[in-house]
Design a protein around this ligand. Structure first.
Ligand code: MF3
Ligand code: CO
Length: 250
């Protein structure tokens, strides 16, 4: 499959899906607190999507069982919501949410502290990961390459003493959740596919406080850091336009 470029009308539809994703995430953020389980977040997300007339994008995708991915502390991505996973003071949780509205997908993620008792190091991990997303977004310009996006993320993360995950990457998005191209959070400037007008990329840095290595738990989904270090994850969908990068999930 080749990279699919979107018309202005399609990008408007994706902006609508993206706004709904953001509305769900904004709501979930207010619920996060010690004592809340990741199943509580799942239930709230399901209800909110229903209220907003959106269908979940993840549930049933390769048999994934939930509408959210919720990944706590050393979990990187694809944590499965569970009533047994209860947030504690000092935890961080990545909430990844995707919807489809009128045939077009939206996908975004945030990482939030359970409360204000997280360590300064964790606070820095969240700030650096989110800022690295914006470095990547700034590079999503016509004429740049996919490698420029990855390099922008990687250079910023590594300059701040953290590491980028290699085994999971961002992606094109549109009428499918995952389209070409893959969008790694590492790379070499000028390398990879050239960005053209109308491409839409889900840029999603996954940043570890320690080593970059990952492994997947026996549940076949949850990706964790090999060294037990913390991991953060932020994601936006971004359209490559003549006026520069346009964030669709805000
Ligand atoms: N945001 C993640 C991604 O783009 C979520 C996918 S989880 C899955 O890969 F369950 F849908 F696979
Ligand atoms: Co994604």
């Amino acid at each position: 499959m080749a990279i699919v470029c979107k018309s202005a009308a399609e990008i408007e539809k994706m902006r609508h899906s993206g706004r709904i994703v953001r509305e769900v995430l904004d709501h979930l953020r207010t619920l996060v607190a010690p004592g809340v389980s990741t199943m509580d977040l799942e239930r709230a997300a399901e209800q909110k999507m229903k209220d907003l007339g959106a269908k979940p994008a993840f549930k049933g995708y390769y048999d994934y069982p939930c509408v959210l991915c919720t990944s706590i502390n050393d979990e990187i991505v694809h944590g499965i919501p569970s009533a047994k996973r209860v947030l504690k003071a000092g935890d961080i949780v990545s909430i990844d949410c995707g919807v489809v509205v009128d045939g077009y997908y939206g996908d975004a993620a945030i990482t939030v502290p359970a409360d204000d008792s997280i360590t300064p190091e964790l606070h820095k991990l969240l700030d650096v990961t989110e800022a690295s997303l914006y470095r990547g977004i700034e590079a999503a310009r016509i004429g740049n390459a996919v490698g420029d996006v990855g390099a922008a993320v990687q250079e910023f993360v590594e300059a701040n003493g953290f590491s980028v995950v290699r085994e999971f990457v961002g992606h094109g998005i549109g009428t499918r959740l995952h389209e070409e191209p893959q969008v790694p959070n590492f790379g070499t400037r000028g390398h990879g596919a050239r960005l053209r007008e109308g491409m839409v990329l889900a840029i999603e840095p996954m940043v570890n406080s320690g080593q970059p290595g990952t492994r997947v738990l026996d549940d076949k989904w949850t990706a964790v850091t090999v060294d037990g270090s913390y991991s953060a994850h932020f994601e936006h969908c971004v359209a490559v336009t003549r006026d520069g990068p346009m964030i669709l999930t805000q």
